[in-house]
Design a protein around this ligand. Structure first.
Ligand SMILES: *[C@@H]1O[C@H](CO)[C@@H](O)[C@H](O)[C@H]1NC(C)=O
Ligand SMILES: *[C@@H]1O[C@H](CO)[C@@H](O)[C@H](O)[C@H]1NC(C)=O
Length: 263
């Protein structure tokens, strides 16, 4: 039996390399659905590779960044299910829709950017986002839409050649449960390298005390009990976000085209 396999092995290897099947995917990058920057195609080994398409809306630096992105993936597998979205409070969120597929040009369709929802879902989570070891100043915030999990992530946030440690807490879609230590999430704009990650079902917003009526003006506010820790500012360690603008960054995008959505 063993010798049979040994005999077969060279034949198998020969077949594999002779096949050398390549997969062709679309490439492009842009801030609009036309995805018009660097349009073209790429090739990747069909056995392991795949095509990627990303539509994302990210506001972590305080401005809204919508990006569309198509590229080859050297490794097609990913533990992180998409779409994924998480909200860290103060209007800051990450929303990503992707397709990963492995037939020729299967990433040609334009993806929709997840729109999120402003409808509160009765759940709440501590939320905060901090860079460069600043204190992540939690405040409990109502969750919206299908963000029904509370997440707590720490890691490094890469943007081009720059990286910053970050901590993020907030409401997230169930797909965020796949974010564990050692996973990474590559977006068109950033790569999140997670050192630690946990997601638990969000708690219901307590119904006690009942909502204050307009008449009782002197009642205490219903602001949830927040722990307020004074922010420690680290001199010289200015947040990496905000230093970048998409336009400035365009020439460096070639490197980003290696982005993959996996650990
Ligand atoms: C992702 O894109 C697809 C294709 O456009 C769309 O049908 C789907 O609704 C999008 N997902 C989200 C969460 O927006
Ligand atoms: C912490 O967050 C609370 C609620 O958002 C805010 O009122 C407070 O000013 C913040 N504290 C610091 C030190 O940033």
């Amino acid at each position: 039996m063993v010798s049979f396999i040994l005999c077969l092995l060279p034949a198998l290897l020969a077949t594999t390399s002779a096949q050398g099947e390549t997969l062709t995917c679309n490439t492009c990058f842009g801030q609009t659905e036309t995805c018009s920057f660097a349009p073209g195609t790429c090739q990747v080994n069909k056995a392991t590779g795949g095509c990627l398409s990303v539509a994302e809306d990210i506001t972590l630096d305080g401005t809204e960044n919508t990006n569309f992105y198509k590229q080859c993936l050297s490794s097609y597998k990913s533990d992180i299910e998409v779409p994924i979205s998480f909200t860290v409070g103060n209007g800051k969120y990450v929303r990503i829709n992707t397709t990963r597929c492995n037939t020729d040009n299967c990433n040609s369709a334009v993806l929709g950017v997840p729109t999120g929802s402003t409808t509160e879902n009765g759940l709440q989570c501590p939320t905060c986002f901090a860079l460069n070891f600043a204190v992540c100043n939690n405040s409990v915030t109502p969750c919206t839409g299908d963000e029904t999990y509370c997440m707590d992530f720490t890691g490094f946030l890469y943007q081009g050649s720059s990286h910053s440690p970050f901590q993020a807490k907030g409401c997230a879609t169930a797909s965020a449960q796949a974010i564990k230590p050692g996973t990474n999430l590559a977006t068109a704009l950033y790569t999140f390298d997670f050192f630690w990650g946990s997601s638990v079902p969000a708690e219901k917003i307590p119904t006690n005390p009942p909502p204050t009526t307009g008449a009782s003006l002197e009642t205490t506010t219903t602001t949830p009990n927040t722990t307020t820790i004074p922010a420690r500012t680290t001199p010289g360690a200015s947040p990496a976000l905000g230093k970048f603008s998409f336009a400035l960054y365009l020439p460096g995008l070639t490197g980003l085209l290696l982005v993959k959505l996996i650990s």
